[in-house]
Design a protein around this ligand. Structure first.
Ligand SMILES: C[S@@+](CC[C@H](N)C(=O)[O-])C[C@H]1O[C@@H](n2cnc3c(N)ncnc32)[C@H](O)[C@@H]1O
Length: 405
């Protein structure tokens, strides 16, 4: 639930948006040369039809495949295996990979955000308007897809020429956006590699070998915050498409920076800082990491408690009280985990129902459903489960499950 990084339901509890680098390669985001003017647009005048071309060049079993007409002329390039290109074609056929370069939430003609220098972070995205929980900011298909094993096991010197050829097959606007991304290792000899390492999301195209890194140049401008105001998901939560969606999770004022979390927001502070340092070259100093020593200790304790309570709530044979459920909801509030509430709210809703508390079961089922849509997408499995619970708590299989019918 917390790490919806795969297009299928294979996300593991320790998966992360941005994977720690294999030797010399990370995955985070880095700089894109995307000014508000230079946003990548799908070709407006009669885009070429979608047509996959390749293999254009290979290293071992990994070959370049490109499609200049993909997603209405936005384009895409993949370095992957023949089997995976078939998966990709199937996903494309399923459709719904609707990229919107324009933020869905803007007032009048004013874009909802702009790119600006942020002290100590390079460039970042700044809100241009008042935004509310649930506002969708971006929807994009990947510019580049790289098979994970290619990226992690082939030597960078061998990767470099293939990647160079691959990127050259992107349509010019997307290629420009690609090269505008930041490579935080500053490795000019392997610039493409550096960009991908700094700015990629894990994606699973399905099958036994579907693990890839996906690069979305527009998304790469989000800086990290352990308590971000934007959540993201890949695919539609069961909808099996390639789209990366970002949604606002709390009210945002004009001028505020928009951020996502690159990592497990439930990890203790020191671990989070170590992770940002190793994978993206900075030690996080977000508002949660910059708390006083005493406050950090309290925050870490709350995070540990959240995990412990959730284990308890997942064990249907254990003893649970309304007080524990209230406590969990309070811990989430205190920790400001606005982008990571879905899992906790789902457990609270189910457990209220198991205690026979219809009113709270309905209330939390609604909150859980809303959070699931924001964090995992409208097609996520638990969305319909929470809808059912909200509609008919007494008819739900969990009704009074802990107290007897
Ligand atoms: C994905 S990029 C984010 C956009 C980037 N700032 C830019 O100029 O394009 C990730 C890189 O941004 C910087 N960054 C992101 N979040 C940061 C933060 N909270 N504090 C300091 N630097 C950050 C780091 O250099 C990191 O490697």
């Amino acid at each position: 639930i917390r790490h919806q990084v795969s297009l299928q339901s294979s996300s593991s509890p320790d998966s992360c948006l941005w994977r720690p680098p294999p030797p010399r390669l990370a995955c985070g985001i880095d700089e894109i040369e995307v000014s508000s003017k230079a946003r990548v647009k799908s070709a407006s005048k009669s885009p070429p039809p979608s047509k996959w071309e390749g293999p254009r060049g290979c290293v071992e079993q990994y070959c370049i495949f490109s499609n200049q007409g993909f997603e209405g002329g936005r384009g895409i390039v993949a370095v992957t295996t023949n089997a995976n290109i078939q998966n990709l074609k199937a996903l494309e056929k399923k459709g719904s990979a609707a990229s919107t370069a324009q933020p869905a939430s803007s007032s009048g003609n004013r874009p909802a955000y702009y790119i600006a220098k942020v002290p100590g972070k390079g460039l970042g995205l700044i809100s241009n308007t008042t935004l509310h929980r649930g506002d969708v900011l971006m929807k994009h298909t990947p510019a580049v897809l790289i098979h994970r094993t290619f990226f992690e096991t082939i030597h960078p010197a061998t990767q470099a020429p293939l990647l160079k050829t691959a990127i050259s097959h992107l349509p010019s606007a997307l290629r420009k956006a690609f090269f505008s991304q930041m490579g935080h290792f500053g490795d000019q000899a392997h610039k493409i590699n550096d960009i991908l390492a700094t700015n990629s999301f894990q994606m699973n195209l399905g099958g036994h070998d579907g693990h890839h890194y996906g690069n979305f140049p527009e998304v790469s401008r989000f800086n990290h915050d352990c308590r971000p105001n934007v959540a993201f998901y890949l695919g539609g939560g069961g909808a099996d498409d390639l789209t990366h969606t970002t949604t606002v999770v709390r009210d945002v004022q004009p001028g505020e920076e928009l951020s996502i979390s690159y990592l497990d927001s439930f990890a203790p502070c020191e671990e989070r800082q170590q992770r940002t340092f190793e994978a993206w070259g900075f030690s996080c100093s977000c508002s949660q990491c910059a708390l006083s020593k005493g406050q950090v200790k309290k925050s870490d304790k709350r995070l540990k408690e959240i995990k412990e309570i959730e284990v308890k709530l997942s064990d249907f044979s254990g003893r649970v009280t309304g007080a524990i459920l209230k406590k969990l909801a309070k811990l989430y509030d205190e920790e400001r985990l606005d982008a990571n509430r879905a899992g906790g709210l789902t457990l609270i809703a189910l457990n209220y129902n198991m205690l026979g508390d219809e009113k709270n079961a309905k209330r939390y089922a609604r909150l859980a459903r809303e959070a699931l849509v924001i964090e995992n997408g409208p097609g996520a499995g638990d969305v319909s489960a929470m809808e059912e619970l909200e509609r008919d708590p007494r008819g739900h299989f969990t009704w009074r499950g802990r107290v007897g019918r």
